[in-house]
Design a binder for this molecule. Structure first.
Ligand code: BTN
Length: 241
């Protein structure tokens, strides 16, 4: 009821579709674009998002803001990853965790990727394009060590429309709450759900160097705080292994 749903058979990328729509028309707040198939699905940091046609969910949500400062934009990552987390828990997906900044894991496998692209207006976020790729009924994956789907994990088939409705409901609730909450208020809940928190883990930094450390927390600007060795902390703005 809160959403303007646009269903497409195929498009390059639902994020790109919404971006183009923002340029050419004036789409309503909470416009949602869902595609059966993406021809050029995009992931974080210029990667490609592959998703088998008609088996999974690939969709993007447009949200407009009046007063969200750029400094606080990490609330979006928190809100969206917690919304997906809520729904997967509700569907009894085991051991769901959030891998910073916003991958959703079940056990050690990634089942959902999120690509948030913000359109800035000076110091504020004007619009946010929130793209979600959830692996649902796909069973073949190129790298089974890293990626999986709800079906592979639970053995059940999922109804894509039902799942989308639940996700949109949760996303709506979490997004509505954003403007009244600060990052600092939300962080403790998000941190509790972090993948490999306080466990010895291996990371790769921007130069490809490997190092060992413990995820301890996330800063209010969204940086990952890793303890390298006894009481030596470093903030990272990079991708962990
Ligand atoms: C990642 O984990 O790297 C993020 C993946 C995001 C994929 C979704 S699918 C719907 C939306 N459209 C895109 O092109 N990408 C996002």
């Amino acid at each position: 009821k809160h959403f303007q749903l646009l269903k497409l058979d195929a498009t390059d990328s639902t994020n790109q579709y919404l971006k183009d729509l923002l340029r050419s028309e004036n789409p309503l707040d909470y416009t949602v674009v869902v595609a059966e198939k993406q021809l050029n699905g995009r992931g974080q940091m210029g990667t490609v998002w592959y998703s088998e046609s008609s088996k999974n969910l690939t969709f993007s949500v447009l949200r407009r803001f009046d007063a969200l400062s750029v400094k606080h934009q990490f609330v979006l990552n928190i809100a969206i990853s917690m919304a997906v987390y809520d729904v997967l828990e509700e569907f009894l997906v085991p051991n769901v965790k959030i891998k910073w900044p916003n991958d959703i894991m079940s056990g050690s496998k990634k089942v959902c990727g999120i690509l948030i692209e913000n359109v800035l207006k000076g110091e504020r976020v004007g619009q946010s394009i929130i793209g979600i790729g959830l692996n649902v009924n796909q069973t073949d994956f190129e790298n089974l060590d890293k990626a999986s789907s709800l079906k592979r994990i639970t053995g059940r088939n999922f109804d894509l429309d039902e799942l989308l409705q639940k996700l949109l409901e949760r996303i709506w609730l979490r997004l509505e709450a954003i403007e009244s909450k600060t990052v600092t208020q939300l962080l403790p809940f998000y941190e509790k759900l972090l993948f490999r928190k306080d466990k010895p883990s291996t990371f790769t930094d921007g130069d490809g160097e490997m190092f060992m450390g413990y995820i301890r927390r996330v800063s209010s600007s969204g940086k990952l705080v890793i303890e390298l060795e006894d009481r030596i902390f470093k903030e990272f703005d990079l991708k962990q292994v």
